[in-house]
Design a protein around this ligand. Structure first.
Ligand SMILES: *[C@@H]1O[C@H](CO)[C@@H](O)[C@H](O)[C@H]1NC(C)=O
Ligand SMILES: *[C@@H]1O[C@H](CO)[C@@H](O)[C@H](O)[C@H]1NC(C)=O
Ligand SMILES: *[C@@H]1O[C@H](CO)[C@@H](O)[C@H](O)[C@H]1NC(C)=O
Ligand SMILES: *[C@@H]1O[C@H](CO)[C@@H](O)[C@H](O)[C@H]1NC(C)=O
Ligand SMILES: *[C@@H]1O[C@H](CO)[C@@H](O)[C@H](O)[C@H]1NC(C)=O
Ligand SMILES: [Fe+2]
Length: 464
């Protein structure tokens, strides 16, 4: 009874605390009891391979074209190549179709991967539930996904935001909370840093396999859209591994050609009422580089009458008031920020810093090297910048913040969690950040986003 009362008081305290903190410009004083962010051991339930000889494992899907009528299905077979075929059919239909994929493998130091299959299933109907099967004989595995509605200005759609996930016990809690979210995310925008295999000796690529098995329970059923982080680089010249992004490039595919990009590290998709641009902090972005030329053209293609919501995802944050990775995103901000303001990007999601932060709408584009105007200013055309690098990886929380908190920083907290961006129509989207609390997710920060093109008025500082 005593402990129940104590628990009740704690919850009450947290609720009141949240109410006080939610006026903006606040550093949350919430401190989570951290038990140590250790990776789940290899024999953990979430890493178990499916039963059966050569059974497909690490199944994952991502959007396969520019508008959502294709899905790239990927999986790994460990014993032999097996089949490259995806069998699929829409719910209620007896008409089973087949699509043929391609096989790849790679070696990394003393590791040899399984047989990695990628199959782009095309010409799907919008807004339709599909079942799909991979594998042959007795080891067929069946999954399903729902295609997005046709691209259009008032189509509701709910994205999950996860970054820097890793494969610790905390990562598992974050994923569980995302799966059980009452907002029901329909696809994930992943802000980079996936397996953290590179934290192991020789970047032990077995940890890429375990990560693939761990997240399968979500990513086999809804697409996760990938942004690369520094933990995908896997550049180890002293091991002879001098081609960056080798494991990532073999294991994960993105539809970059569909957006006129020449590189899988920067690309765009349309999904429902959103236009989403994925950038790479780890590809050149200065003037005349491929990413720079691509982005300049890409922003001009966005038609806000068709896709009102313009979202950018990049790994290294441009606004970050933690003492971790401080100013690492600065050089890219200097190059690209004015374009994002000009094109009225609604929100920029980043990862990298293992904590949470949300900014006010600010820009810092007045500065030139002689005028000294180097302070961010309130700017209704500027995006909100959100750092969501708090998936729960083995490197632990970033809990050392710059003091005092800069004016542009609306809310920051060193806890693990995930976010939801729920588009309601062309003017409104509900955003929430959900902290991992003991046993459940607590909505610790939220706001109504007003679309920068259709509804560019100030958002109330916070809704609760
Ligand atoms: C991971 O989370 C799932 C779902 O909550 C649970 O069933 C499983 O036991 C967890 N595994 C570990 C190793 O924590
Ligand atoms: C923008 O999209 C709207 C709605 O789909 C369409 O009517 C219009 O023609 C498009 N504008 C351009 C310039 O493509
Ligand atoms: C720098 O900014 C100042 C003040 O806005 C302006 O007068 C000056 O022309 C700018 N210099 C250049 C080289 O653009
Ligand atoms: C926080 O970071 C600053 C700047 O790097 C450093 O000087 C300080 O010692 C750190 N504080 C703690 C408690 O680690
Ligand atoms: C858009 O969604 C918001 C939030 O649900 C709602 O208040 C508003 O009335 C909607 N606008 C239209 C035109 O339906
Ligand atoms: Fe990172």
């Amino acid at each position: 009874m005593g402990s129940f009362t104590a628990f009740y008081l704690l919850v009450l305290y947290l609720v009141l605390n949240a109410a006080i903190l939610c006026n903006g410009g606040k550093t949350s004083s919430y401190v989570r009891n951290i038990k140590g962010c250790i990776d789940m051991p290899l024999e953990s339930d979430v890493f178990q391979a499916p039963p059966g000889y050569n059974a497909p494992q690490q199944v994952h899907i991502t959007q396969g074209d520019h508008v959502g009528k294709a899905m790239i299905v990927s999986w790994v077979t460990m014993d032999e190549p097996g089949s490259n075929t995806v069998v699929y059919w829409s719910e209620g239909s007896k008409d089973k179709k087949m699509a043929e994929g391609k096989l790849t493998r790679y070696k990394f130091h003393d590791y040899t991967s399984g047989y990695i299959h990628h199959c782009n299933v095309k010409n799907l109907e919008f807004n339709t539930k599909y079942y799909y099967e991979v594998g042959i004989g007795q080891t067929v595995r069946r999954f399903w996904f729902i295609t997005p509605p046709e691209v259009g200005p008032d189509v509701p759609y709910t994205f999950g935001l996860i970054g820097d996930l890793g494969q610790t016990f905390d990562s598992n809690v974050t994923l569980t909370h995302y799966e059980s979210s009452p907002h029901k995310g329909q696809g994930v925008l992943f802000a980079g840093d996936m397996s953290y295999a590179d934290d192991y000796p020789n970047h032990d690529n077995v940890r890429w396999d375990t990560w693939g098995r761990f997240v399968e329970r979500s990513v086999a059923y809804q697409p996760w859209m990938w942004t690369v982080g520094n933990h995908e680089i896997d550049y180890v010249p002293y091991l002879g591994e001098d081609k960056p992004f080798k494991p990532f490039s073999h294991r994960y595919r993105v539809p970059f050609r569909a957006s006129g990009s020449t590189s899988p590290f920067f690309y765009s998709i349309k999904r429902a009422s959103a236009y989403i641009i994925f950038l790479s902090s780890y590809a050149a972005y200065g003037k005349y580089t491929p990413q720079n030329l691509w982005l300049e053209k890409e922003l001009q293609k966005v038609n806000r009458s068709e896709t009102p919501w313009l979202i950018v995802v990049v790994h290294s944050p441009w606004y970050n008031s933690y003492n971790y990775h401080y100013m690492e995103g600065e050089s890219m901000r200097v190059v690209f920020e004015s374009w994002l303001v000009k094109h009225k990007v609604d929100v920029v999601f980043a990862g990298h810093v293992h904590a949470y932060e949300r900014t006010e709408r600010v820009s810092n584009i007045a500065y030139n090297i002689t005028n000294g105007q180097a302070t961010p200013v309130k700017d209704p055309s500027a995006p909100v910048y959100i750092t969501i690098g708090d998936g729960g990886n083995t490197e632990g929380l970033a809990n050392n913040m710059t003091e005092p908190q800069p004016d542009y920083s609306a809310y920051r907290e060193a806890s693990f969690g995930h976010a939801i961006f729920s588009i309601k129509n062309r003017t409104h989207a509900y955003y929430s950040w959900n902290r991992n609390h003991e046993g459940y997710a607590v909505e610790a920060d939220s706001m109504w986003f007003y679309n920068r093109f259709w509804n560019p008025v100030d958002e109330p500082s916070l809704s609760h």
